[in-house]
Write a protein that binds this ligand. Structure first.
Ligand code: ADP
Length: 259
């Protein structure tokens, strides 16, 4: 009958919920947001429809990296509408909801609820939703695990032991929530001096790969410490949108995620 036909048509119009990939780290400042943004841009270049949720209460940086700072997302039918960026990637960030610094004072459940609103938004035809989690293993992570079922998690760490111990803790949390860990990424690995070309390792090197060997969690790749990775993020132009050699690692890791 007609009613059933309308219902079937409405169901067909309703986009499938995006596949969620969480990006986590044990500590702040190891490059989780940088990795999330660059993977999103690299996946977009591969033809995927990508969205980014920035759930990092302590330092929402995606509005800067995607150059849509100050944008205020609209709400439709009590759900947020993601903010477009000129990179063809829609973004919803804690930074779009509150003034910089304000979210820091939020208690855990508030931050968890805010994250849930960012994820449960009008993502339209987005296939892959990357979530930039706050560092550590707090309420936002627990809400993520209980309310949404990420298809997998990527954990980023710098190579030194202390960062790795915390990264292991983050990995354990996903593991206990039965979220498969897609793999570990080593960031800030190896610095090539721009004037003489000599490679040094300010944070050591190889530590994350060794941890991956010891835990049987796949190793996804190593991202160099490179000035253009930082300057491009600050300028609202994630480096993975370019053919810079320093962006190759992002493209390689995105290829593994897309597979
Ligand atoms: P997190 O999200 O883990 O707190 P960010 O992604 O914000 O870390 O990175 C912290 C700072 O380090 C930022 O200024 C960022 O641009 C810079 N950064 C991150 N990864 C690299 C890298 N591979 N090379 C150079 N700078 C980097």
């Amino acid at each position: 009958d007609g009613v059933t036909e309308v219902r079937v048509a409405m169901m067909a119009d309703k986009p499938a919920a995006p596949t969620i990939i969480a990006v986590g780290s044990g500590k702040g400042g190891v490059g989780k947001s940088t990795l999330t943004a660059n993977l999103a841009v690299a996946l977009k270049r591969m033809g995927k429809k990508v969205g980014v949720v920035d759930a990092d209460v302590y330092g929402p940086s995606q509005p800067t990296i995607f150059d849509n700072k100050g944008a205020k997302p609209e709400a439709r039918d009590e759900k947020l509408v993601p903010v477009p960026s000129r990179h063809g990637i829609s973004v919803l960030s804690m930074g779009h909801l509150v003034e910089p610094g304000q979210a820091l004072a939020w208690r855990g459940p508030m931050a968890g609820n805010a994250m849930a609103q960012l994820v449960d938004a009008h993502w339209g035809d987005v296939e892959l939703l990357l979530i930039d989690l706050p560092p550590g293993t707090g309420d936002v992570q627990l809400t993520m695990l209980s309310k949404f079922k990420p298809a997998g998690a990527v954990i980023v760490s710098t190579p030194q032991d202390l960062a790795l111990i915390d990264a292991q803790r983050a990995a354990n949390l996903f593991d206990s929530g039965k979220v498969p860990i897609i793999g570990l990424v080593e960031n800030m690995s190896g610095y090539a001096c721009p004037s003489c070309g000599e490679v040094s390792n300010p944070f050591g090197t190889g530590g994350v790969e060794a941890a991956s060997d010891a835990t049987d969690i796949p190793f996804l790749g190593r991202i160099p410490l490179a000035i253009d990775i930082r300057t491009s993020s600050d300028a609202g132009e994630p480096l993975a949108g370019s053919d810079s050699p320093d962006a190759e690692a992002f493209h390689a890791i995105a290829g593994k995620l897309a597979a």
